[in-house]
Design a protein around this ligand. Structure first.
Ligand code: GH3
Ligand code: MG
Ligand code: MG
Length: 368
């Protein structure tokens, strides 16, 4: 049921007669009125009817008005309920009681016997404050929702709708710290679609986009809830596997690789197949001292997977990885990569060259 537009006032007084008197006056002024005869009932009514204003008596059995005001003030501060102005009805014209009421959370007071003209003026003015506060809270919420949305967008890859590189790096930072603190293993699987450029060349960029989207979902579908899967670059994806030792990550990557190999991708004009190469690295490892080293280790392993024929999973610091790096004249701890296939074949390293330069020995997988 839709709430009426009339401002709703909760009158709290242990004398029913007083409630009825105020109800008659306030309803005549176009307000909706609810009543409660003690403090406890008042608190329950606040949750039930969400009043716009409370006219609160001080002296009441079970729980007095001061305590009601204090509890509501705490709940408003904790954002459990919206701001509700409280006007105290003090029986005595005592400064002490007014001060205590204002301290407890009341915004204003009227003294008994109530002067109705004065009460109406105060009610009207406090309802105006309430409407301003509600508008402020609504625009704050809108701004905060917008900020959340912007943050989400800044961490999401526009095409695949999975995490982007920035998000992955943030998460890796946190997960690395966590693993160090708790002495837990952590592993990375860096995946790169093989010969992806030929998808664009042969089937068009749109087909390439479709494959990337489907590929992202395929990886996500294989990962556990606690793993992170994101698009690290163009056709390169990273999986962060917390609590996973290197051996288990290699087994997982091999399963993923087989899954991709068997998968048929669909695009607007038909279907096609692709393979992927993976580099796997993990911690603890004597040569992986920080998160950057872990990332680089997985990247290096991926580079070797590409160099040694693609559609493969290579483990950082494994026999094949080390043999390949040594064959290139690269010490294992040396980060330099060959500049080209010919340089790689000649066993010479080209300092400062970009990582993972493509070998051209293997043609694209036949498309279906
Ligand atoms: P390799 O097996 O060595 O990884 O070869 P590759 O062709 O996959 O790698 P290369 O780096 O030569 O080419 C990557 C291609 O990915 C080129 C680029 O146009 C394409 N690509 C990157 N991002 C996107 C994208 O968002 N959409 C599409 N359709 N293509 C993309
Ligand atoms: Mg590729
Ligand atoms: Mg690539």
């Amino acid at each position: 049921m839709e709430r009426s537009k009339k401002p709703r006032i909760l009158v709290v007084d242990d004398h029913e007669d007083n409630i009825e008197l105020l109800r008659a006056r306030l309803e005549a002024r176009g307000y909706e009125v609810e009543g409660a005869t003690d403090g406890q009932a008042a608190l329950e009514m606040v949750d039930k009817v969400c009043p716009d204003l409370i006219l609160l008596d001080v002296m009441m059995p079970r729980m007095d008005g001061m305590e009601v005001a204090r509890r509501l003030k705490a709940r408003i501060a904790n954002k459990e309920i919206p701001f509700i102005p409280i006007i105290m009805q003090t029986a005595l014209d005592s400064t002490e009681q007014k001060v205590e009421g204002l301290d407890a959370g009341a915004i204003d007071y009227v003294t008994k016997p109530i002067n109705f003209a004065e009460l109406e003026a105060r009610v009207s003015s406090q309802l105006h404050v309430k409407s301003l506060q509600d508008a402020l809270a609504a625009s704050r919420k809108e701004l905060s929702d917008l900020n959340d949305k912007l943050r989400e967008i800044s961490l999401t890859d526009g095409l695949t709708q999975i995490e982007n590189r920035r998000s992955l790096e943030d998460r890796l930072h946190d997960m690395w710290q966590h693993s160090v603190r708790l002495h837990e293993p952590i592993a990375l699987v860096m995946c790169d679609i093989d010969k992806f450029k030929t998808v664009n060349d042969q089937y068009g960029h749109q087909a390439g986009d479709s494959v990337l989207k489907e590929f992202a979902q395929l990886l996500k579908g294989e990962a556990r809830e606690i793993d992170r899967v994101g698009r690290y670059g163009g056709e390169e994806f990273l999986l962060i596997l917390p609590g996973t030792v290197l051996d288990a990550a290699v087994t997982f990557a091999e399963r993923l690789r087989e899954k991709v190999e068997r998968h048929t991708f669909t695009y607007a004009g038909g279907t096609l197949c692709r393979t992927m190469s993976c580099g796997v690295a993990g911690s603890p490892h004597p040569r992986v001292k920080d998160q950057e080293a872990l990332l680089k280790a997985s990247d290096d392993a991926l580079y070797v997977a590409k160099e040694t024929g693609r559609n493969r999973v290579i483990r950082f610091d494994g026999a094949e990885f080390n043999a390949h790096m040594q064959g290139k004249g690269n010490d294992q701890s040396d980060a330099e990569k060959p500049a080209s296939k010919s340089a790689a074949n000649a066993g010479t390293a080209a300092p400062g060259s970009p990582p993972r330069v493509k070998a051209s020995s293997e043609g694209p997988r036949p498309s279906t």
